[in-house]
Write a protein that binds this ligand. Structure first.
Ligand SMILES: C[S@@+](CC[C@H](N)C(=O)[O-])C[C@H]1O[C@@H](n2cnc3c(N)ncnc32)[C@H](O)[C@@H]1O
Length: 455
């Protein structure tokens, strides 16, 4: 290690892949993470960073390519921080995601179980229903696109292989308008300037489009012109919203929304269930695979019709509403009040009358429901990346449901949480990765756990 210096080039055999998609090999017995390398490859890697126990490097030359290596289809591959697996075949991506889940469960969770093959998409392109484009300025020109990997440098883009055409067109329209009317761009250092982000939400089934312009203020000049350009360029613009974000720091959206055209929300379907989506509410970003994910969760719940179900971290109530017709009662718990309002409205729209949505932190609400003596038969978790709060785990174990279904977007926190359930009377029965994010390293997993005394 002492003789290895930044800038040095070494031949490395890649025998594994890290969870963010780098190839992993060894130099002097030290792990080296090689950006752009794939499992089974021999590469020349240039050292970028030296850490106490590992090295970071990038591929200089591929000496022996993997059979799963492909030419990236996207012209921004390698620059844009979005799709980091552009050089890996789709089959290879699905295998990689299964391996990431498997490694996390065994290494972090010390869990010995079978992980099923990742369920992929028939058409893994143009699948996203939401995009967030940061806006910046370069040589006096306004640019928008995506951040480069692990930085806030904006890579300006004009196309994207995972976003819908409506979304790209909306982003370009706002950019052109901003350049034409010399709209000021927010500068993090000074806190001055208006335009921060452009966000789009698309109803895949309905084709409805919402454009959210995030501004450091409560108003923006030339709004009429913005709306008329958006209406002219994109069919089915249903909503144009100014989101007020005067916060310093990296938070993308503020809490206040001002509708400057159309409705406060757009609608979309998952299966035959209709959902209204507002600017701040969380909605899964891949509607095609969301249906696959929820159907798997429903299959694992194996409801007979008389169960009480808790949908913890319920967002706008999608899982609750999906499960409701198969259960006696579903309680949804969610921290964002707007999302809870959406959930109630969504239940009504779908004629569902056996759901109850509770606004609050899952850790507080679960404790409260436990103290009140509620006994769910099935608990579904779908937490953010940081996983379950320990109070949520504790309350759930006390409530002693027959089944727990854990939907996770982060194998690391999933493994940590599963270990606690295994130590407290639950057995992990099924682990199913689902590919919600093709061409990125992210993976979603559905896990079925049952009480140990239950067969
Ligand atoms: C991964 S999303 C899942 C949403 C929903 N189940 C779905 O499939 O669309 C996680 C949700 O947890 C909510 N959330 C985050 N922290 C929370 C907390 N401490 N208590 C309750 N909800 C929380 C977020 O607002 C978000 O809606």
């Amino acid at each position: 290690m002492q003789n290895i210096n930044i800038g040095d080039i070494y031949e490395v055999y890649i025998d594994n892949m890290a969870h963010e998609g780098q190839g992993v090999g060894r130099l002097d017995g030290i792990a080296v993470f090689v950006k752009g390398a794939l499992k089974g490859e021999k590469v020349l890697a240039q050292i970028d960073e030296k850490h106490k126990n590992y090295l970071n490097a990038h591929v200089e030359k591929i000496l022996l390519p993997s059979q799963e290596r492909i030419m990236p289809k996207c012209i921004y591959a390698g620059k844009c921080g979005g799709c980091t697996l552009q050089h890996l075949s789709y089959k290879g991506q699905l295998e990689f995601k299964k391996q990431v889940v498997d490694d996390s469960l065994s290494r972090i969770g010390k869990i010995n179980t079978i992980v099923y093959d990742t369920i992929g998409m028939d058409n893994p392109l143009y699948y996203r229903d939401k995009a967030e484009y940061p806006v910046g300025i370069e040589d006096g020109n306004i640019k928008s696109g995506f951040y480069a990997s692990k930085s806030h440098n904006i890579i300006a883009i004009d196309s994207c292989m995972i976003q819908s055409d409506y979304s790209i067109e909306a982003m370009k329209t706002v950019r052109e308008w901003a350049n034409n009317y010399k709209i000021t761009v927010y500068d993090k250092k000074t806190g001055k300037g208006l335009l921060r982000h452009v966000i789009t939400k698309i109803g895949f089934a309905t084709k409805e489009v919402m454009v959210i312009v995030v501004v450091n203020g409560k108003n923006i000049p030339h709004k009429k012109e913005l709306v008329s350009r958006l209406k002219r360029n994109i069919e089915n613009v249903k909503s144009v919203v100014l989101n007020v974000n005067k916060n310093y720091g990296n938070q993308v959206m503020g809490n206040e929304n001002i509708v400057i055209y159309g409705h406060e929300y757009i609608t979309d379907f998952i299966g035959d269930k209709k959902f209204e989506i507002s600017p701040l509410s969380f909605f899964q970003v891949n509607p095609v695979q969301t249906k696959v994910l929820y159907e798997k969760a429903l299959e694992y719940a194996d409801l007979k019709g008389d169960e009480t179900v808790f949908d913890v971290y319920c967002g706008i109530g999608t899982i609750s509403i999906f499960f409701a017709e198969h259960a006696r009662k579903v309680y949804g718990i969610e921290v964002i009040p707007d999302a809870v309002e959406d959930a109630r409205r969504n239940a009504a729209i779908n004629g569902v009358d056996n759901t109850e949505f509770i606004a609050g932190k899952a850790e507080d609400v679960m404790k409260d429901l436990c103290n009140k003596g509620l006994k769910p038969d099935v608990v579904v978790f779908d937490p953010p990346r940081k996983g379950l709060d320990k109070d949520v785990v504790e309350a759930s174990i006390k409530m002693n449901p027959e089944k727990i279904i854990y939907v996770s977007c982060n194998p690391t926190t999933l493994a940590r949480d599963l270990r606690i359930f295994e130590d407290n009377g639950y057995k992990i029965k099924k682990v199913q990765p689902v590919d919600m994010f093709p061409y990125t390293y992210h993976v979603e997993t559905v896990v079925l756990m049952s009480r140990k005394e239950d067969k």
